[in-house]
Design a binder for this molecule. Structure first.
Ligand code: SF4
Length: 165
């Protein structure tokens, strides 16, 4: 069973996108197309910020931490989402718990050349803790959460699994 220490950025992202997706992922279900989207994310990262090294926090792996203690994440999507913000907040929280005076998260969207900065706050810390608790709640559920509406599943790598009768 997953513990609070095991909760990583992918879990947080899926929590915000779709709880069913998180539940499936926690049970080791990895559609082939998920690998393709991971490869796309890696390619965007490699061609955008190849001078910086990833920071491995065990369960979570962030793109890089700058000298002023801002977490940077490079996204393959065009637009920011609540899930992206939550993921950045999660990394900040992990680093704070390790004693690093992290300032916040900077999310980069190379496709649209946009950058968003999210300072880490006490409210953010509470939200990050609540997100971890929610991931554990989904993990402990014996039944898979309901599907989202079909229109919200567009592009999800689990579509075949969820919608093929
Ligand atoms: S296909 Fe839809 S319901 Fe299934 S995991 Fe993806 S978003 Fe969730």
């Amino acid at each position: 069973m997953i513990t609070a220490q095991d909760v990583g950025g992918v879990h947080i992202k899926y929590l915000y996108h779709c709880r069913r997706q998180l539940w499936l992922y926690l049970r080791g279900i990895r559609p082939e197309s998920l690998n393709a989207s991971v490869q796309l994310g890696e390619a965007v990262h490699d061609t955008s910020y190849n001078r910086n090294s990833p920071v491995d926090l065990g369960a979570a792996r962030l793109d890089f931490l700058d000298g002023r203690h801002w977490v940077h994440e490079v996204k393959s999507s065009a637009r920011p989402t609540e899930a992206d913000e939550a993921q950045g907040r999660h990394y900040c929280h992990r680093l704070r718990n390790l004693g690093i005076d992290v300032k916040g998260a900077v999310l980069h969207y190379p496709k649209t050349r946009r950058i968003f900065r999210y300072p880490y706050t006490p409210e953010g810390a509470e939200l990050a803790e609540a997100d971890i608790a929610e991931v554990l709640t989904v993990a402990s559920s014996s039944a898979s959460p309901d599907r989202l509406s079909n229109s919200r599943c567009r592009g999800c790598s689990f579509t075949d699994y969820c919608w093929t009768e």
